[in-house]
Write a protein that binds this ligand. Sequence first.
Ligand code: AHM
Ligand code: MG
Length: 335
Amino acid sequence: MSQKNQTLGEFIIENQSSFKYTSGELSRLINSIRLAAKVVNHEVNKAGLVDIIGAAGDTNIQGEDQQKLDVYANEKFIQTLTNRNIVCGIASEEEDDFISINSQDENNNNKYVVLIDPLDGSSNIDVNVSVGTIFSVYRRVTPVGTPVTLEDFLQKGNQQVAAGYVVYGTSTMLVYTTGAGVNGFTLNPAIGTFYLSHPDMQFPENGKIYSVNEGNYIHFPQGIKNYIKYCQMEEGDRPYTSRYIGSLVSDFHRNMIKGGIYLYPKSSKNSNGKLRLLYECNPMAFLAEQANGKASDGFTRILDIEPTELHQRVPFICGSKNMVEKAEEFMRLAE
Ligand code: AHM
Ligand code: MG
């Protein structure tokens, strides 16, 4: 039961017993993410002040320029999770391969693997637009005490035990689920404490915001083009409002609070869209469903997609339930 002025630390302890595997391991994991989020938040907020913005001169596995803060956030999250010895494996959008954590402790019985997009939307950093961290947690499927394998990471999204994001915005928030609803915590930067500010977050069933990069319109499948035209049509509560930050976490966060739909479809340029199933779509889909929303690739529930590779991309449609269902209807009709 949430109380007024409850801190994230208190909330984690209080809700530990409601989680079906109550070893405390998952609570320690969320605590580590909380710590890394504060460290990264501190650095992100200095972005305009110190010589930290700009490309680090490296490219990541997808061939994109890495920003210095991407590298920093990646290091901090990996370090925090590794040092505290609470996970057995990590996969990151910024790493080519997964990391197997070879604990020095031979009694290492860690059960969880974490998949992370350490700093999503990082092209927005230079222009002072919100960015975010996205994380996803699974129980390993291979035996405890052995090195993790690819199989531990290529699990369907419906196997997630926790997922969440940190949005480094006008205020910094950590929003997460362990499968019993979605709760949002806002950082008080003066004392470095997250407080429960958004208990039991829910997508309104209907919304009036659509978020899509319309610059790519010409390349979209016919079903998406038709849905966009539907959003713009004058009828009933339409036309809808168009809002696109280009930072998934921020677009999702706004749509969850106000009601809306986010679309990153496939296009004639990118046959599977842009977003990564494991680091971006699955965690956001889990959060969406836990908040009474919906997430689909246009035809299939995101959480039911069988992953085949770590950096796999999928088309992504996510948000208020009735809006996502309408978009799916347009996709089916255009088949
Ligand atoms: P990134 O992981 O390289 O930061 O890319 C993901 C981001 C999302 O946050 C955002 O919604 C999308 O890319 C924007 O892409 P585009 O500029 O093509 O609209
Ligand atoms: Mg990303």
